[in-house]
Ligand binder design. Structure first.
Ligand SMILES: [Zn+2]
Length: 156
């Protein structure tokens, strides 16, 4: 992730920090600090977590990132998810069914903040079970793949 985007998440208070003391060498107490930016989940499977896509890679003006609001980011992530759903890549975080853009089983993009900052997709009807499926997740144990690139993503 580019430093500019990390800095943006930091400004919004959305970076998680983990500090680990390396115990191997007691004389040189080394403290390792890891930061974790919000992630996206295409499903609840551990292989389906994605690094937050960088708006600039999708045509958002680099100079405008500083002025980007959290609402803008939500909108951008939603556009990315719509492309992912259109491509058949996204599943409901709760029931694990593949989502589509139809109206029969409506879904929503949700931004959760506990136990990790994560955007995910869930059917309206499945939302009430969401907490159960998030419980016990450790953000620092989640490894992410780079987000898919979508050609037609509209960035305002
Ligand atoms: Zn569902």
């Amino acid at each position: 992730m580019r430093n500019e985007l990390l800095a943006w998440f930091n400004r919004e208070g959305l970076l998680l920090t983990d500090m680990v003391t390396a115990a191997d060498d007691p004389e040189h107490n080394e403290i390792k600090v890891t930061v974790k930016a919000p992630v996206l989940a295409l499903s609840r499977a551990y292989t389906d977590f994605r690094e937050c896509p960088d708006p600039v890679h999708f045509g958002y003006p680099e100079s405008a990132l500083e002025m980007m609001t959290l609402d803008d980011m939500h909108q951008f992530v939603l556009s990315w998810f719509e492309q992912a759903v259109g491509a058949g890549l996204a599943r409901c975080f709760v029931c694990n069914r593949v989502l589509d853009m139809g109206t029969e089983k409506p879904w929503d993009a949700v931004f959760v903040s506990d136990p990790l900052y994560c955007w995910l997709l869930v059917h309206f009807d499945c939302k009430r079970y969401l907490n159960r499926d998030l419980k016990g997740r450790n953000p620092f144990e989640i490894s992410t793949q780079p987000a898919e690139f979508f050609e037609n993503l509209y960035v305002s």
